[in-house]
Every structure is written in C-alpha cells, then in structure tokens.
Ligand binder design. Structure first.
Ligand SMILES: [Zn+2]
Ligand SMILES: [Zn+2]
Length: 72
C-alpha cells in the first residue's frame, strides 16, 4: 500500500508569529505555552538550566505548565 504524503498538510491563514519574552524579538517559531508565554530557541538554550531539568520537558515560568520539547 502506498501512503499519500500529501494528505493532512493544511495551511493556516495568516502568519503566526511569536514574540520572545526574553529578547523581545519576533520569531516564526518559539517554544510557547498556552498562557501566551513564548521563548525563542536561542533564549531557551541560554535559559535551559532554569527551564528544564531533563531536556525533554520544560516548565513555563508564567503558569507552571509542563511543556514538551518537540511538541510543536
Ligand atoms: Zn529570545
Ligand atoms: Zn504558561
């Protein structure tokens, strides 16, 4: 059987951008939380020591939610 890889590729209308809470720059991708917290990969890397203890999940400093790396 051949799997059609084209299926399930939906495009969302408009640009979704995130503003990093640390450097205040806008990125197309940030680690983000449903509470609105967003941090760019570079700042996340810098603050990793304070955000995660296992490199698998990170804790949102605003609401305390446990977020998953690679959950995007
Ligand atoms: Zn940043
Ligand atoms: Zn949060």
């Amino acid at each position: 059987m051949i799997d059609d890889k084209r299926k399930g590729r939906r495009r969302r209308r408009g640009k979704r951008e995130y503003t990093c809470v640390a450097c205040q720059q806008t990125f197309r991708f940030c680690w983000n939380c449903e509470c609105g917290f967003a941090m760019c990969p570079a700042c996340m890397q810098e603050n990793l020591w304070g955000m995660t203890c296992n490199q698998i999940t990170w804790t949102c400093p605003d609401c305390g939610a446990i977020r998953n790396f690679g959950n995007q």
